[in-house]
Design a protein around this ligand. Structure first.
Ligand code: 1CP
Length: 338
């Protein structure tokens, strides 16, 4: 197996810097768009053969050093009793947002023996097909809570923050339910063959440092401490979370994934011995190839001084050309040598 990615996660240096992309499967690919004409996104997730195909496509097409399971952070919430859809151009939308203790009491726990067997089956197929590591993932508890409470994508997270501040018992119960789910779900993915787990806590950066520390960090601590037993690398990712870095660095994770707002050299000074993942601005991929090349070199340069996994600061945008990503992978592999 190509183990550049896993070696970098462990802080080891190999022949070159490994690279993969968040949302490396998606609408920027003509093949993905063609599949989406025939199937809904959850049909692709729930059919192990299609899921394997969609997961493998960017690996085979771009030459990246890791695969990420094609799924969504909402998927493990279905078996808990959450009624949601993923609407095109919007994202997850709930039939009924959760706002009261009674809503939480009605939820079930994730049962790995019965729920989501299609995930286990898909991971088996993917591991057979690919010779790169597979990243399993889950949503972070704050990010998941924001969808559950707001009922869909949000700008201000008003209701979520109201509950976080004004209804501590409700917030605590929801964080406990989501943390337990994440631990079970990540365990399931690793048992099925995933080589690493990334927590996507995309919207945690909307919190102040003190709210993050008091109301979210303890649950992240609990999750990552439990995940240590899986003996696979753990990655934490949040967007616009530069102000949280020192707090994030206290978590028992091997890798911190950061967005483009701060150079990796500066991030490294703030987080000590963690491996860094990132951090090209995804919008740069819509610029000319010489701009992309220059910016990629700058990210590689700033990443030196410790183990680095090249990635974008957030997901690939649908307007990105396949060729731009392919070129970027080549540049990273050529210029990332030690
Ligand atoms: O076909 C479509 O409808 C395209 C949109 C799409 C895709 C490709 C959604 C709806 N989800 C996905 C797959 C997905 N979601 C992956 C696939 C694996 C890969 O990276 O290739 C992953 C890792 C996710 C995780 C996810 N879902 C996150 C965290 C990462 C991030 O981008 O911040 C979040 C916030 C979601 C919620 C979600 N699902 C879909 C959308 C458009 C959104 C975001 C909505 C919002 O802006 O709040």
């Amino acid at each position: 197996m190509n183990d550049r990615f896993l070696r970098a996660c462990r802080g080891e240096v190999s022949d070159t810097v490994p690279v993969w992309f968040m949302r490396q499967a998606g609408r920027y690919q003509p093949e993905y768009r063609a599949l989406r004409q025939r199937y809904g996104i959850l049909d692709l997730v729930e059919d192990p053969e299609l899921c394997c195909q969609v997961t493998a496509l960017p690996v085979e097409q771009l030459g990246v050093d890791a695969a990420i399971l094609f799924s969504d952070i909402m998927v493990p919430l279905g078996p808990l009793g959450i009624d949601y859809q993923i609407k095109a151009g919007i994202g997850p939308v709930l039939a009924r947002p959760l706002r009261r203790m009674a809503d939480l009491e009605a939820l079930r726990a994730l049962n790995p023996a019965h729920d989501l067997s299609y995930v286990t089956e898909a991971i088996g197929k993917i591991c057979q097909r690919l010779d790169v590591p597979l990243i399993g993932f889950a949503g972070g508890p704050f990010t998941l809570a924001s969808y559950l409470i707001e009922g869909g994508p949000s700008r201000q997270y008003q209701e979520t923050k109201r509950i976080l501040w004004s209804e501590p018992a409700l917030w605590q119960r929801l964080m406990e339910i989501l943390s337990d789910m994440v631990i079970t779900y990540a365990g399931m993915q690793v048992a099925a063959g995933a080589h690493c787990v990334q927590l996507f806590d995309s919207w945690a950066g909307s919190l102040s440092l003190s709210d993050f520390q008091r109301r979210v960090l303890p649950y992240l601590e609990k999750i990552f401490t439990a995940l240590a037993a899986l003996r696979v690398p753990r990655i934490y990712f949040a967007v616009g979370a530069g102000h949280l870095l020192e707090a994030v660095a206290t978590l028992p994770v091997e890798v911190i994934s950061v967005d483009w707002r701060e150079p990796l050299s500066q991030v490294r000074r703030r987080v000590g011995g963690k491996v860094l993942q990132g951090n090209l601005d995804p919008v740069i991929l819509t610029a000319s190839s010489s701009v992309i090349e220059g910016e990629a070199r700058a990210v590689l340069e700033q990443g030196r001084g410790g183990a680095h996994i090249f990635n974008l600061g957030h997901g690939v945008l649908p307007t990105t050309e396949v060729q731009a990503l392919r070129h970027l992978v080549e540049v990273v592999h050529q210029e990332g040598t030690w």
